[in-house]
Design a protein around this ligand. Structure first.
Ligand code: UDP
Length: 253
């Protein structure tokens, strides 16, 4: 399918105009970044895995009635999505303390929270995506109180869905980030889950061993990121068992 003009290039994806108005082609790159792009690398096969995994999660959400921007996967690295206006917030849901929460509160990573905690960061790389209270969100007009009610309910539904799916394959969902977009149907606006859901934006620990199967493998130099993401994909049945490797074979002389 012919893609149109490049609209935007981010750290892990490129967006192109889609074949019809109101559609966008989302291309998954192999680039990995962490610590606000201070650490960078190209991880062979990451884009292919995230394209597949994000398709899997978005389709599943659609099946249980959580609206998403996803339309269809086009090929190994591209998917067609509905164009939407991204609300400039990172919606973070946590079930166990880790990362910035563990650091901020001096908690041991993996400490179970008594209930899921939802928090919001203002999406601005130059500011380092600062955590913001809901009062700021309303005061600066990033989202209305009604939007925030809907966002909370979507975030908790996504959490229940992802936690259950992961639990079924022996993985603990520690935390994750989603982005929410507005789509307009005539005069009505609807909120949908947008961007991507992949091990780039979740923390996933093996229930038995605690092995990390997410971007912390890259952030903290814990091993091969593609192996970790492939393990998630394999357990979810997203990669056929005898699939040819998506990474180029290493030549041994
Ligand atoms: N996260 C993300 N993008 C961001 C910041 C966070 O996808 O720009 C995800 C991250 O992968 C983790 C969750 O949101 O699953 C919570 O991240 P945290 O606030 O602990 O930040 P970090 O420790 O990753 O800086």
């Amino acid at each position: 399918m012919a893609r149109g003009k490049k609209i935007y290039e981010g750290k892990a994806k490129v967006l192109y105009e889609g074949p019809e108005p109101g559609t966008i082609v989302q291309y998954f790159k192999d680039d990995a970044t962490a610590f606000n792009a201070e650490k960078k690398d190209v991880i062979d096969g990451k884009g292919v895995l995230n394209n597949r995994l994000s398709e899997f999660f978005m389709l599943g959400l659609g099946q249980i009635g959580v609206p998403t921007h996803f339309l269809k996967r086009l090929n190994m690295r591209e998917q067609l999505v509905r164009s939407c206006e991204i609300i400039p917030l990172e919606v973070i849901v946590r079930n166990f303390a880790a990362g910035s929460m563990a650091k901020r509160l001096g908690l041991e990573e993996g400490t179970q929270l008594s209930r899921p905690v939802v928090e919001y960061s203002y999406k601005d790389d130059a500011l380092g995506d600062p955590l913001v209270p809901e009062e700021y969100i309303a005061a600066f007009g990033w989202a209305s109180p009604q939007d925030m009610e809907d966002i909370l309910s979507i975030a908790l539904r996504v959490n229940d869905f992802l936690s259950g799916v992961m639990y079924g394959v022996g993985i603990k969902l520690i935390d994750f980030k989603i982005e929410i977009g507005r789509v307009y149907d005539g005069d009505f606006q609807r909120l949908v889950v947008a961007d991507e859901i992949s091990p780039d934006s979740c923390r996933l620990w093996d229930i038995e061993t605690g092995r990390k199967l997410d971007k912390d493998v890259f952030r903290r130099d814990l091993g091969n990121l593609t192996d970790a993401y492939s393990e998630v994909a394999r357990r979810l049945g997203v990669l056929p068992k005898n699939a040819t490797p998506i990474t180029k074979p290493t030549l041994i002389n």
